[in-house]
Design a protein around this ligand. Structure first.
Ligand code: PLP
Length: 388
């Protein structure tokens, strides 16, 4: 099948695999065992990777903590700030359209010691669909707020949040700003200073790297952000995340980031061309199809993202009728959760409308020929289902 589910995960770039291989079978030392050449080489590789990744996001190497992925990074950022022994304030602020890996740790805290405010977003009728209202954010953030967590790019509708006003509002009361940038790193130019963030989560498998490795950027000066660790043990990552380093994964992560950085603008143009053709082709086949999320002509949106609403046709049913295309629907984003997407619901779509959607994620390895085939396959499936 044609792979158009690049928000769920991406194919590992063969150049990344090549960089990783020696670290499994030849240089397999533990980065903590620096008393011999094996461990020393592993340590060097981890530190080199840290430098590459830090450089790509405008950070310093000491500000990068390696984790098992963005889920862990989000948990470490949120619980790490909220559960600090000497903390200021118990109020957490976030957005209804965040990923579960942000909402779940926040809601857990809100069931105990903390208070949680979730900001709403612009409705689907707006050209700015999915964007947070900075005015509402400024009114919600108060002197008791310790953390504001707002994602950079949404995994379903691709909307890119303007973080600068949120950073100002958070910093004005002494709160920290965390961003889940899992869908943005490798896809957009990122500079943590320009964004004004104090903590930023991201993950290798969304940017053509391996699964099971990610990072958390933790501001190291003005101010130094201190976190209560989640995983304690051998004290790796300066005590912020214990556990033997995933050396091949970390090496692959850095190589993947490096490749994204080298071809960023070229790739953005490629993805935009494919995405725009996909939308135009689908509209030609299905004239009542509507795009969900912001209008890319006026509002920042991930180039590779398309989300469409096809009235009266269930997205899951389209997926079954068009097995030649690997995509996802507005229900069952994770198979454990058959509920209609909370992101689409937050835009104002009804549960039934949210079920009639498809998310199409275009990536590095897609070609125009594949896009044409996908248009045909989805168009045919919808026509058959509507006739049937
Ligand atoms: N945050 C966002 C926005 C995501 O899209 C994902 C991926 O599903 C995650 C977090 C979780 O990332 P990981 O799979 O690395 O834990």
């Amino acid at each position: 099948p044609i792979y158009l589910d690049n928000h769920a995960t991406t194919r590992v770039d063969p150049r990344v695999v090549e960089a990783m291989l020696p670290w499994f079978t030849e240089a397999y030392g533990n980065a903590g065992s620096v008393g011999h050449a094996y461990g020393h080489a592993a340590r060097e590789a981890v530190e080199q990777a840290r430098e590459t990744i830090a450089g790509a996001i405008g950070a310093r190497p000491g500000e990068i903590v390696f984790t098992s992925g963005a889920t862990e990074s989000n948990n470490l950022a949120i619980r790490g700030v909220a559960e600090r022994p000497r903390r200021r304030g118990d109020h957490l602020v976030s957005v209804v359209t965040e990923h579960a890996a942000v909402l779940e740790p926040l809601e857990r805290l809100a069931r105990g010691t903390h208070r949680l405010s979730l900001l709403s977003v612009e409705p689907h009728t707006s050209s700015q669909a999915g964007v947070v209202d900075p005015q509402q954010a400024a009114e919600t953030i108060d002197s008791d707020t310790c953390l504001v967590s707002v994602m950079l790019a949404n995994n379903e509708i691709g909307v890119i949040q303007p973080l600068a006003p949120l950073a100002s509002a958070a910093h004005a009361v002494g709160a920290l700003l965390h961003t889940d940038a899992t869908q943005a790193v490798g896809k957009l130019p990122i500079d943590v200073e320009a964004l004004g963030v104090d903590l930023m989560s991201f993950s290798a498998h969304k940017l053509y790297g391996p699964k099971g490795v990610g990072a958390l950027y933790v501001r190291g000066r003005d101010p130094i952000v201190r976190l209560a660790p989640l995983v304690v043990g051998g004290g790796q990552e300066r005590g912020r995340r214990s556990g033997t380093h995933n050396v091949p994964g970390i090496v692959g992560f850095a190589r993947a980031v490096e490749l994204c950085t080298q071809t960023l603008e070229e790739e953005r143009r490629h993805l935009r061309t494919l995405r725009d053709r996909l939308l135009a082709g689908l509209v030609a086949q299905i004239p009542d199809l509507r795009m969900c999320g912001p209008d890319p002509a006026t509002t920042a949106r991930l180039e590779g993202n398309l989300n469409v609403w096809i009235p009266q046709v269930d997205g899951e049913t389209i997926m079954l009728a068009a097995p030649q295309v690997a995509m996802s629907s507005g229900a069952a984003c994770s198979s454990a959760d058959p509920e209609p997407s909370h992101v689409l619901r937050a835009l104002g779509l009804s549960a039934d409308e949210a079920r009639c959607t498809l998310r199409l994620g275009v990536g590095r390895f897609n070609t125009m020929a594949q896009i044409e085939q996908a248009i045909e396959a989805i168009g045919d499936a919808v026509h058959r289902l509507r006739k049937g």
